[in-house]
Write a protein that binds this ligand. Structure first.
Ligand code: C2E
Ligand code: CA
Ligand code: CA
Ligand code: CA
Length: 281
């Protein structure tokens, strides 16, 4: 017979096995997800703090799993990174996002589309080609596409990142550093990365009203960006008071549930006329 400790260990192991086999199953399901058209992009508006103008969208990937329903990108992107599917999924995301923005050109001239790249995509040999292909096929002006990489991705091999960013820059696309403040960028590299935008991570924005420390970090990011000639977007803005404080701090733009959650293309198209006329920050 087993003692208490034994069954406890066994239960724990069983749970770990269930978790591992679920991951494996999800990972396998990813191989078919593209051809079965289970992916969709949602788009979150980015709003200028100065005048309330719509400046851009961030494209965010959604997976409608046939059995599990909606699976969070926080769960499946790491699996797609591991099994390599992120490369073909990422190409689809780029193409879809560019085509969608191109289709909104009449309604929303000058509005940008930000697309997230994973670390593996950023290091892939076909990176430049897949971005050029998405731009060519959609006819979108390169300056309307913004490529987001996280600080973590940028610092995997910072020296190499400088070169890759310069190549991307030469295509004419804009470059944003996502989740800024959560990693370990040295300021020396930050200066060498040819970035257009810094995104203040939502973990700082979340506590900006209550934590003097997070407020100080946010202010430092804003000052840093302005001294490097970059603009700053705050993400995860949920409350009017957060928005007002960010505005006072000199932040350029924000995104978050306060203005809108990420929306389907159809919902965006419905809102666009109203967003393009609204000028209330
Ligand atoms: P991220 O790039 O930092 O994206 C911001 C996340 O915050 C999104 O979660 C967005 O829905 C969520 N968010 C927006 N406004 C608010 C708010 O006011 N409050 C809070 N609490 N959250 C807010 P989502 O869509 O679940 O995406 C999670 C992460 O998955 C993204 O974080 C990004 O790292 C990754 N991801 C999403 N789409 C893609 C993609 O196409 N490619 C790659 N490589 N990664 C993606
Ligand atoms: Ca992002
Ligand atoms: Ca982010
Ligand atoms: Ca984040």
């Amino acid at each position: 017979a087993q003692g208490l400790g034994g069954s406890h260990v066994l239960g724990y192991t069983a749970q770990m096995n269930a978790e591992a086999s679920e991951r494996l199953r999800l990972s396998n399901d990813l191989y078919r997800a593209l051809e079965r058209q289970e992916f969709e992009l949602h788009y979150q508006p980015q709003i200028a703090l100065q005048d309330g103008r719509l400046t851009g969208f961030e494209a965010l990937l959604r997976w409608h799993h046939p059995r599990l329903g909606r699976v969070s990108p926080l769960r499946f992107i790491p699996l797609a990174e591991e099994n390599g599917q992120i490369i073909s999924i990422g190409c689809w995301v780029l193409a879809e996002a560019c085509q969608r923005l191109a289709s909104w050109q009449q309604l929303a001239p000058g509005v940008r589309m930000a697309v997230n790249l994973s670390a593996r995509q950023f290091a892939a040999a076909n990176l430049l080609h897949s971005i050029e292909a998405a731009l060519d096929f959609s006819g979108l002006p390169p300056s309307l596409l913004e490529i987001e990489i996280t600080e973590g991705t940028a610092m995997v091999d910072a020296e190499r990142t400088v070169g890759t960013l310069l190549q991307l820059k030469s295509l004419g696309v804009k470059l944003a550093l996502d989740d800024f403040g959560t990693g370990y960028s040295s300021l020396a590299y930050l200066k060498r990365f040819p970035l257009d935008v810094l995104k203040v991570d939502q973990s700082f924005v979340r506590n900006i009203l209550t934590s003097a420390g997070d407020r100080a970090i946010t202010q430092a990011v804003i000052s840093l960006a302005s001294s490097f000639g970059m603009s700053v977007i705050a993400e995860g803005v949920e409350r009017e008071e957060q928005k007002q404080l960010l505005q006072q701090m000199g932040c350029d733009a924000y995104q978050g549930y306060l203005f809108s959650p990420p929306l389907s293309a159809q919902d965006v198209a419905e809102h666009l006329p109203e967003w393009m006329t609204a000028r209330v920050p």
